[in-house]
Design a binder for this molecule. Structure first.
Ligand code: PGA
Length: 252
């Protein structure tokens, strides 16, 4: 049985003081989530990672939104895995569509980052998903397959079992135009099939696949009731503590 996973993605929102105030309120949610066998967490800006982690400790997952694949060097503005590890960060988002669009994050680069994260016993949350144009052309599956195959190149079955994949159609992110539960299930199921082809059934069945894109307290349950959707990656609706709490309450 795969454990459900509910992750908030703050993107470029919240100052340190705002993040701390949220974390203080969110702390008690960890116990509630565990009681329902749900893992819960937040992907926060670099600057807030340390203070949020200090407050949440292991009650909720605290994930980075990005990382560099090299340990150190002349890469102005970048953050390394050792820097994250020193403050006990164990998870990292990779290949979010906003980073793919604005920061030239390619699946090849995500693959380098994924290898570096696994080598350091960290868990990547690898995002994939197609544009509206690709969706309208009926090419979603070919597009997503390419992102998965490239992103997971030379990743061992042992590591891939720990991986989290988030399917986020770009046309549904922040638009309020969420994909139907049928589309979410169809593509998450397809991703599992690709994993079966790349590895084997046992391995594919271990990977947690999330849906993301305009998930809200009102619609989260319909996604999580799908067989191949193991959780959600939530942007806008995770920023407010009441709405974040309500996401959990509404899954239960
Ligand atoms: P949204 O963002 O929930 O605001 O659509 C989701 C995401 O980008 O992860």
């Amino acid at each position: 049985m795969r454990r459900k996973l509910l992750l908030g993605n703050w993107k470029m929102n919240k100052t340190i003081s705002e993040a701390k105030a949220f974390a203080k309120e969110a702390k008690e949610l960890g116990k509630e989530a565990r009681a329902h066998k749900i893992d819960m967490g937040v992907c926060v800006p670099y600057l807030c990672l340390e203070s949020v982690k200090k407050i949440l400790k292991s009650s909720l997952i605290v994930a980075s939104q990005n990382v560099h694949y090299l340990e150190k060097g002349a890469y102005t503005g970048e953050i390394s895995i050792p820097m994250l590890k020193e403050i006990n960060i164990g998870y990292c988002l990779l290949g979010h569509s906003e980073r793919r669009e604005y920061d030239n994050e390619t699946s090849e680069k995500c693959n380098l980052k994924m290898k570096a994260l696994f080598a350091n016993n960290m868990i990547p949350i690898y995002c994939c998903g197609e544009s509206l144009e690709t969706f309208n052309e009926g090419k979603t599956k070919a597009f997503v397959k390419e992102q998965i195959v490239t992103g997971l190149k030379d990743i061992s079955a042992e590591d891939v079992k720990k991986l989290v994949i988030a399917y986020e159609p770009i046309w549904s992110i922040g638009t309020g135009k969420n994909a139907s539960k049928e589309i979410a299930e169809d593509i998450c199921k397809f991703i599992r099939k690709v994993l079966r082809e790349l590895y084997d059934t046992k391995t594919a069945n271990k990977v947690r696949i999330l849906y993301g894109g305009s998930v809200k307290p009102e619609n989260i349950r319909e996604y999580l009731s799908q067989k191949n959707v193991d959780g959600a990656l939530v942007g806008g609706a995770s920023l407010d503590i009441n709405s974040y709490r309500q996401l959990l309450v509404n899954i239960e």
